[in-house]
Each structure stands twice: as structure tokens, then as C-alpha cells.
Design a protein around this ligand. Sequence first.
Ligand code: GUN
Length: 296
Amino acid sequence: MPTTATIIDGKAVAAQIREEIAQRVTALKRERSVPPGLAVILVGEDPASQVYVRSKERQAQEAGFKSLAYRRPDDISEEQLITLIEGLNEDPTIDGILVQLPLPAHIDEGVVINAISPEKDVDGFHPINVGRMITGAPSLLPCTPFGCIQLLKRTLGDLSGLDAVVVGRSNIVGKPMAALLLRENCTVTMAHSRTRNLADVCRRADILVAAVGKPGFVQGDWIKPGATVIDVGINRVATADGGSRLVGDVDFEAAKAVAGAITPVPGGVGPMTIAMLLRNTLESYCRRNRLECELG
Ligand code: GUN
């Protein structure tokens, strides 16, 4: 009988984390008049970004946060966007600021990220937070890789000494994912579009993280038997009936027959990203208000 992988239920883990956060916020509200505040900025009308921002707005509300979404047209100038961010930096009721990416081509993402106060940078994208993360100092950690680490630790326990391969080197996922795996004492390989013998490199992994944005890119026979596979991809593909569905970067059906554990798409990494965003916002609130706030 062929074994099949344990399916890592990110949806359930994320719901549990959100519930814990909501309970903390309820307790905090008994003593303090102002709840944690999250501001999300969306520029333009990219359909996927609209969906993500609506979810962030709603889940922040459900956790008891003050939740604000600023929707701006895609012809907003860089200066106008920075003025909005500077106002939120100064607003004492706002603990977290997130600018949904990507931004239109006429706006420099680096300039915008640099304008966010590092203490309110709940995406963990500001160079100061990236530097803190790399050196191991306390910092706000990028939500998607942070969520992947939570799933890995819940699945495997201690990650020390494991061989981890990250496929993809984006600033949002691949690079910070490698840094966080290193912090967990993994032996980390970063693979990307120029990597030679990619299948062989992947086959060495105890932990394989796919973050390339290509549907079904990672094949079943690239996976070491028993490995833990984290699929960060969210790709919309057409179906035969004229509709569409979401698939990851891993050929799920083939991978499931080889891996020890695997995240599905949807319902794996995706829900964890917003749970980590809420966690970061609560952490920022606690730090800014000098509150003890041990978050698991
Ligand atoms: N676009 C895709 N993922 C993310 C994310 O984690 N944060 C932001 N700000 N934009 C994104």
C-alpha cells in the first residue's frame, strides 16, 4: 500500500492563532481604551490584491482590532502615497501599516517601504527589520515565511540540522524564508531559476519550500521520500469547464505520494499569512504600549 503524506492544515492552525489573538485583544480592551490598530493601503484595482486586502481588513476586525483600509487610485503619486504613510506613522492609534504589493510601475516600492516607520512595519519589509532579522535581533518578521516556520515547527518540532531547500529568491518569501530557516539551525540551500540540476538539489531536502509562482512546477520525483513540502504558490489556472481554480507551485497529487507532509493549496500557507499579520500588529501594539505580551 503506498503511503500518502500528512496534509498540513494551515487553515485550522491559522484559525486557532486568530482565536488566541482575539482572546488577548478582548482581555486588553478591559484595561485599555484603544485596541490594536492596523492600516492597510491598496493602490489600484488588481483583483488578487483586492481580495487579499478585503481579507486582511475583515480578519483584523474579527480579532477586535481597529481596522482601516485606504483604497487609492492607481494614478496616485509617490508623494501622495508617502504623505498618507507619514500621517499613519504619526497616528498613535495605528500600530501596523501595510502597503499591499505590487505597486504600479511609476511608484518606487523601495521608497515607499522605507517611508513606513520600522516599528509599525508589520510586513517586516523595511531594511531595518530585514537587518534585524538577519542578525537575529528582535524584529517584526515577514508574514508568509513566518507562517511557514510556524507550520514546520508544529509538524516537525525542532528543525535543527535538517536540510532545507528554498526554491525562489523573492524579497517577500524566498530570501526571508532562507534567513528564518537558518535561524532555526537548518542547513539552507537557496535555489532559483539559474540553479543547475534543480531536481537533484530538491531531492536533498528534508524541508522543501516552493515559492516560484509557477503552477505545478515542483515535480513528485524531485521530492525525497518522507520530506516536508511547503507550497507557497497561489496560482489561478483555467479549468476544462471554463472556470478556474487555485493551485500551488508543487504538483500536489504526485508530491502527496512521496512526501511525509505537505501543505495544500488553498488551505495551507495562505491563511497563515494573515494570522501572522495580526500577530505582528498585536506585537507592535504591545511594544509601543510597553506591555508584556508573550506571543507563542
Ligand atoms: N503581496 C503579496 N504578498 C504580500 C505581503 O505579504 N505583503 C504585502 N504588503 N504585499 C504582498
